[in-house]
Design a protein around this ligand. Structure first.
Ligand code: NI
Length: 252
């Protein structure tokens, strides 16, 4: 049982190859996937994918880089979409100061509002945090809810703090990169109980596919690396990582 807890298969890059990529994923043993939305349109596309394939689930929400573009006064569409039986999380939401620091207050506001929606609906959150780990931590500490720090890129020290708050850490292709020292330390030190597997496809393909389009079928490369770092059986890692995702997202 293998799960990709974070992908964007609705992305244009997959338009010509989507069916093939999904078939390839099944052949690679991927049994479940979660498609993550970044705004209204892509959240709808996630639900479309989830309706088409029984092993695909959806997350709906507004990505921090989209936060200023949308009328953030009215978020009723998130409630509407989240009612769908295949929606398992609010995401991806969070803070991103890498691309744009102009709208930090809007990003924070939108992040907090969506955490409150998740709480009301009893759904976990999928958090995107880039160059904003301290503010992300402060907001998550003040607004407790279940969730995952997707594609975790903070220090081991911060990883420990998020885990203390109950958060899972999403681990993807970056773990396999030669120059990724910190995430290797995080995987080594943090309990397997708090890790999740993800691709963020089409981005961040693992070695030996680095630089190409990422696909859910590559998850086994990430599990293998986690098992290697933790010095445990691949199968044991696989089962536990699957169980973690199952527990957080309450998949059937
Ligand atoms: Ni993503």
């Amino acid at each position: 049982m293998i799960i990709d807890t974070h992908m964007h298969l609705y992305d244009k890059k997959f338009d010509e190859i989507r069916e093939e990529v999904i078939k390839e994923s099944i052949e690679a043993g991927i049994t479940k996937m979660i498609a993550c939305g970044c705004d209204y349109e892509t959240s709808l596309k996630c639900i479309e994918l989830a309706e088409k394939y029984d092993f695909i689930y959806a997350a709906v929400g507004i990505h921090p880089s989209e936060a200023h573009k949308i009328d953030y006064v009215d978020l009723s569409w998130i409630y509407e979409l989240a009612k769908h039986e295949k929606v398992v999380a609010i995401g991806e939401i969070g803070l991103d100061y890498y691309w744009d620091k102009t709208y930090i207050d809007i990003q924070k506001n939108m992040f907090i509002k969506q955490i409150k929606i998740a709480k009301e609906l009893n759904l976990p959150i999928i958090v995107h945090s880039r160059d904003s780990i301290n503010d992300t931590y402060t907001i998550l500490k003040d607004n407790r809810v279940n969730g995952v720090l997707h594609c975790f890129s903070g220090s081991l020290e911060m990883a420990r703090e998020f885990v203390k708050l109950g958060y899972y850490l999403g681990v993807g292709g970056v773990l396999t990169f030669n120059n990724s020292k910190e995430i290797k330390k995080v995987v080594e030190e943090i309990s397997l109980d708090k890790l999740l597997t993800e691709t963020d496809a089409p981005y961040l393909a693992p070695v030996p596919f680095r630089g190409t389009i990422n696909k859910p079928a590559y998850i086994p490369y990430i599990i293998k690396k986690i098992a290697e770092i933790k010095n445990i059986d691949v199968e044991k890692a696989e089962n536990k990582l699957y169980q973690n995702a199952h527990d957080l997202f309450k998949l059937d």
